[in-house]
Design a protein around this ligand. Structure first.
Ligand code: GMT
Length: 377
């Protein structure tokens, strides 16, 4: 039941694996735990929303296709569902994650329900601005919906600036970083789980992503191959995506197949992260870089890149390391140094865990979203 100081919020996101969907789902779960009423309005049940939770309702958007349509009218069916839930459940706010096309549907839903009856908040995550929204075929609609959102948030200062520059906008954008459930993503308490992946004395490198070009998984393999020349190591590759076949081929060509484990898409990410000795995320840019934060929360040192959102939470040489995305030699050299020096690795890992717990815990950051809800209402 909704209390006096609580809200009714409709959340829309991509429900399958992916950073924006994870943030949206974790946000919804924390809001519900605090007594707010959360309605997920999505095309399928969000992947991390496994069990029944009080204060959470899942409303499936059914795509009503028809032979004359060239593609399924998801945007329209979503808008109608949003309006239906907004009216039927007397929602205060629609909070959409990833601008395209969710902000368009939210804009339509607000118009259908009647201006002033509901507000909509758009959270930008990264590629919705840096890779998709800036394409000519999406530019105007992305700009329009950013302008018309009641509140816009971005997951980093980098993304805030990028959004204002790209769309030549002059509006307030609130920065709310990604967060992590530090009780679930925590250092390894069952050391023998490492044995599944590596022999005694071998170090484990990990990369987890959706294997899109922006993640630079080929850099991960090049770095690993250089490290493998000088010490016994294994590489775990977690996730799936368009680049995975090329990576598989590359691993064969470099003759390191017996050293590399392809884990595929997994929901047990919190069980895999803590077994690693080093996490590699050499992305060309990240809106934030949630996977790096999850690794840090498990006290696993990260080698990331000095562009995009990562420099906002990784301090080079203190709680992780940052390199130019093309600096394969630099990353490989640092990996060898770190994996050969347990004291250094553990001290960086400890600082990383501290950063996650002190500044990026789910409880702390969700409070910032609640503050935004209060302000907009
Ligand atoms: O990383 C991806 O490509 C997935 C993407 C998404 O929208 O699911 O992630 C974006 O949102 C995450 C959560 O806010 C951010 O941590 C990621 O940095 C961001 N990805 C990129 O900008 C490439």
């Amino acid at each position: 039941m909704k209390g006096a100081d609580s809200f009714r919020i409709g959340i829309t996101c991509y429900p399958f694996l992916g950073g924006s969907g994870i943030v949206a789902t974790e946000l919804g779960m924390e809001l519900a735990a605090r007594g707010h009423e959360v309605h997920f309005i999505t095309s399928s049940q969000p992947i991390r929303l496994k069990t029944f939770k009080s204060n959470i309702v899942f409303h499936q958007v059914n795509i009503d296709n028809y032979p004359v349509f060239q593609s399924p009218p998801y945007v329209l069916n979503l808008a109608v569902k949003m309006a239906e839930v907004a009216r039927g459940r007397d929602l205060d706010i629609l909070h959409v994650h990833y601008a395209i096309p969710h902000a368009v549907s939210a804009y339509l839903a607000r118009e259908i329900v009647g201006a002033g009856r509901i507000r909509f908040i758009t959270t930008l995550h990264g590629t919705d601005i840096t890779l998709v929204g800036n394409r000519p075929s999406f530019y105007d609609i992305t700009r329009f919906t950013i302008e018309r959102s009641d509140v816009v948030t971005t997951v980093s200062e980098f993304l805030r600036r990028k959004t204002l520059e790209t769309f030549d906008l002059n509006r307030e954008i609130v920065v709310i970083p990604n967060f992590v459930d530090t009780r679930r993503f925590k250092p390894l308490d069952v050391p023998h789980r490492r044995d599944i992946f590596a022999a005694t004395g071998e170090k484990i490198l990990l990369h987890a992503s959706n294997f899109r070009a922006v993640k630079r998984a080929e850099t991960v393999v090049h770095v690993f191959e250089r490290v493998a020349r000088v010490m016994p190591v294994r590489l775990l590759l977690m996730g799936d995506g368009p680049e995975i076949s090329a990576i598989d081929r590359m691993v064969g060509e470099l003759g390191i197949r017996d050293r590399v484990v392809f884990l595929g898409g997994s929901e047990s990410v919190d069980e895999i992260f803590p077994v690693a000795d080093l996490f590699l995320l050499p992305s060309r840019h990240e809106g934030f870089g949630l996977a790096a934060l999850e690794a840090m929360s498990c006290a696993v040192p990260v080698i990331g890149t000095s562009v995009g959102g990562m420099p906002e939470f990784i301090r080079d040489g203190i709680n992780g390391f940052l390199f130019d995305p093309d600096d394969i030699d630099g990353m490989a050299g640092k990996a060898v140094e770190l994996l050969g020096d347990d004291a250094l690795r553990m001290s960086i890992g400890k600082n990383a865990r501290c950063t996650a717990v002190q500044n990026y815990s789910r409880e702390k950051i969700v409070e910032k979203y609640i503050e935004v809800y209060r302000t907009v209402l």
